[in-house]
Design a protein around this ligand. Structure first.
Ligand SMILES: Cc1cc2nc3c(=O)[nH]c(=O)nc-3n(C[C@H](O)[C@H](O)[C@H](O)COP(=O)(O)OP(=O)(O)OC[C@H]3O[C@@H](n4cnc5c(N)ncnc54)[C@H](O)[C@@H]3O)c2cc1C
Length: 413
């Protein structure tokens, strides 16, 4: 068995590591000429850190990540709506890591090269398509720099982990069209800032109609003053957007007005946004769930299989859960075609549910409820706006859908 992994993002590298751990040979092919620390922050929930811990990566990740201790929801006036513990502080056996995507990708890449060998990670190889027959799959590549064809690669199975613009998905579903814009545009950045609240708090504030913000630290003690690298995501309802490109620069002037008076006793939001090292702009896009991922010896994983709007910290996490399921199937089932079918049976329906829930009822539904019930005004007493039970039900409901409620994890699922 030799598995061709297409894409060395979070899903592809995790898959490479898990296949190697299971004793299944693989090669990972990445379009980028080099793996550079691109992106901003990612949150890894306990269902994903469990899998990464099983791959022996918890210590390496803990060195570069912030272990989240609590989640807080505020309205746009800085009034606290709901607070709950996260990760180990909430009694999970695994942490919740908040991490720079570049740090996460570097930990995965370094571990893969150390364990499987540098010759098994090929960069500058851009997948252009595939063909298969009864015995093998053949994946076609072009040199990213020159555009010249590279030698076709043969394997027992191929897994498309090339993210939201996956060419393998396009070949399987040529009529699908571009990702679907949900009506919300995002600006993301990282600022060097002194710790706020607990120093390891995941903050959601405001609401989309007037401006929502997600803020969390992703690197500790980055200078002598004890500053952190703080990730932020500004989301605003607007018809204006451009195609998702992870490197598209954004402009502060396009969104800062929505947050101009967000000066709270725990954070001066406009000053923190203006201090950003980098501003990137992405539309919130996803795709309708697919009816099938596995076609003979070829399947999809992560964003290539189920791109979702990033509103529940689950993009990377669901890719990592796919990895665990796929490698289990390949280990148990000798016939690769049957293994890919079983993987799809296990993962397609749960991830479709996450995609659809992220559209309508992600954890920030808490913010929507308070926005609607207060008419976007400050409240005197949150308990008269929404009960603790209702808030807990909204939060716990999402955990069950995404598969990181304690019962699911305790059952080993
Ligand atoms: C550059 C970049 C920056 C990102 N930044 C963030 C961020 O800041 N915060 C966040 O939450 N999410 C970010 N994401 C998305 C996030 O990594 C994914 O949503 C999630 O981790 C699922 O991972 P994935 O492996 O399915 O996809 P991705 O992590 O997107 O990985 C896909 C990989 O496939 C490669 N690829 C694409 N086309 C081809 C091809 N034709 N042939 C070979 N390889 C190909 C890409 O270069 C990439 O390395 C980013 C993705 C990318 C590619």
């Amino acid at each position: 068995m030799e598995v061709i992994v297409v894409g060395a993002g979070i899903g592809g590298l995790s898959l490479g590591l898990a296949l190697h751990q299971a004793g299944i040979p693989c090669r990972v092919y990445e379009a980028a000429p080099a793996i550079k620390p691109i992106g901003v922050g990612i949150s890894l929930l306990p269902h994903a850190t469990r899998v990464l811990s099983e791959l022996g990566l918890e210590e390496a990740l803990a060195r570069v990540a912030v272990s989240a201790v609590e989640s807080c929801f505020f309205n746009r006036f800085g009034q606290l709506i709901w607070r709950e513990k996260l990760g180990r502080a909430a009694g999970y056996d695994w942490p919740q890591f908040q991490i720079h995507r570049g740090d996460l990708q570097s930990v995965l890449r370094d571990a893969f090269i150390r364990r499987a060998g540098a010759e098994r990670l090929l960069t500058g190889w851009r997948c252009t398509g595939f063909a298969q027959d009864a015995d093998k799959v053949t994946v076609e590549f072009a040199d990213t720099g020159t555009g010249e064809p590279l030698p076709p690669q043969h394997g027992t199975a191929a897994v498309g982990c090339e993210g939201i613009h996956s060419p393998i998905r396009k070949q399987l579903y040529p009529a699908e069209g571009e990702p679907h814009y949900t009506g919300y545009n995002m600006w993301r950045g990282v600022s060097r800032w002194l710790p706020f609240l607990s120093g390891a708090t995941f903050v959601r504030a405001g609401w989309l109609a007037t401006g929502k913000l997600v803020i969390y630290p992703i690197r500790d003690r980055i200078d002598a003053e004890g500053r952190q690298l703080v990730n932020w995501v500004a989301e605003i309802e607007t018809p204006h957007h451009q195609r998702r490109d992870w490197n598209r620069p954004g402009r502060l002037a396009d969104f800062i007005r929505a947050y101009a008076d967000w000066r709270f006793d725990w954070l001066d939001v406009p000053a923190m946004l203006a201090a950003s090292d980098v501003i990137l702009e992405f539309p919130m896009v996803d795709q309708d769930p697919l009816p099938r991922w596995s076609f003979g010896r070829v399947t999809l994983l992560g964003d290539a299989a189920h791109p979702m709007v990033p509103r529940g910290s689950n993009g990377a996490g669901q890719a990592i859960l796919d990895v665990r399921a796929l490698v289990d199937c390949l280990r148990k089932e000798r016939d690769p075609i049957a293994a890919l079918q079983e993987y799809e049976r296990l993962r397609l329906a749960p991830t479709a549910k996450v995609v659809l829930t992220n559209r309508q009822n992600p954890p920030d539904a808490i913010l929507r409820e308070v926005y609607l019930r207060t008419g976007d005004q400050p409240f005197d007493d949150i308990d008269r706006v929404i009960s603790r039970d209702e808030l807990r039900a909204l939060s716990d409901g999402y955990k069950r859908v995404a598969g990181y409620d304690k019962e699911t994890l305790a059952a080993g699922r």
